[in-house]
Write a protein that binds this ligand. Structure first.
Ligand SMILES: [Zn+2]
Length: 291
């Protein structure tokens, strides 16, 4: 018995533990179902090397990748009301927030930072799908407003990466109020001649797609992203008809003139940087003509 418990059991535990750890090194691709080694994914920016499927990129990784090294300055988002409705379903909303904060190491579902993209000054806001599905409550609205305010005060373009299931249901009407709030913030950008570039990533739906996500001066999307208001299953069961192939994907939206281009992640940073250069140069030319 002692031999069994002192020798065999620890050995078996060690074996099981080892295999669990090894599993963390492999990520299953949702596109081709192949296992991809995590180090390879780091090099390919979380794009599957076999089928080019663009996996979700956490907001912090997104900021660190798109902004030039050494230029990143994270912008604090003012504290907002937490749990305005004292909401509880099978779990308290405050408990859900706590879990998401620990998991994502973020305060809410948006990160805002200023810095440079390929040497061009910009403010970047990235939504975090890992934080309660990137849903937009008061804190995300506030984060977007802060990003717009910063872009106006620095007189630099605002670049936004969307990834969201929609409104934060636990905040009810307060969540819906963020739609007009963010739209007003976009108008402020336009009034101040600040270029506003949106990059739609998988998925961008609900209240986010019904507000600031679709108002960019230039709108790009990553390949294969789901972009729409309601999900395809909901629409299919409502209209009771089979939806066309590729409905609500980036490519479908491009074909129907809803977005400006579909850009692979590996080219995205260069494309954004080029776009900023064109827009900023044209704006400064326009300004000098008008004087
Ligand atoms: Zn794949």
């Amino acid at each position: 018995m002692s031999w069994l418990s002192n020798f065999v059991r620890p050995k078996i535990r060690a074996l099981v533990k080892k295999s669990e750890n090894t599993n963390n090194f492999w990520v299953k691709c949702n596109g081709c179902e192949q296992m991809v080694y995590h180090k390879d994914l780091k090099e390919t920016l979380s794009v599957c090397p076999t089928c080019d499927y663009h996996m979700k990129m956490p907001a912090r990784q997104r900021i660190n990748w798109v902004l030039d090294e050494g230029t990143i300055k994270e912008i604090n988002i003012p504290q907002t009301v937490i749990d305005p409705l004292k909401f509880k379903d099978n779990k308290k909303y405050t408990d859900r927030l706590k879990v998401s904060k620990e998991k994502s190491k973020n305060e809410d579902a948006i990160i805002v930072a200023s810095g440079q993209i390929g040497g061009n000054n910009a403010v970047v806001a990235a939504l975090d799908f890992d934080f309660m599905g990137g849903s937009m409550g008061v804190a995300v609205g506030e984060g977007f407003l802060e990003a717009a305010k910063e872009a106006v005060s620095l007189n630099v373009p605002l670049i936004v990466f969307t990834a969201s299931g929609g409104a934060r249901m636990q905040e009810g009407i307060f969540s819906l109020m963020q739609l007009p709030r963010t739209v007003i913030a976009v108008n402020k950008l336009k009034e101040n001649n600040i270029p506003y570039i949106v990059i739609l990533t998988d998925p961008t739906t609900g209240g986010v797609s019904a507000s600031f996500a679709m108002l960019g001066d230039i709108t790009y999307a990553e390949p294969g992203a789901l972009i729409g208001f309601a999900g395809p299953r909901v629409i299919q069961s409502t209209v009771n008809e089979t939806l066309p192939e590729g409905f609500q994907t980036s490519e479908y939206l491009l074909d129907h003139g809803m977005i400006d281009d579909v850009v692979s992640r590996k080219n995205l940073k260069a494309v954004i940087s080029n776009t900023i250069m064109h827009l900023v140069n044209n704006i400064s030319k326009e300004r000098s003509y008008s004087h």
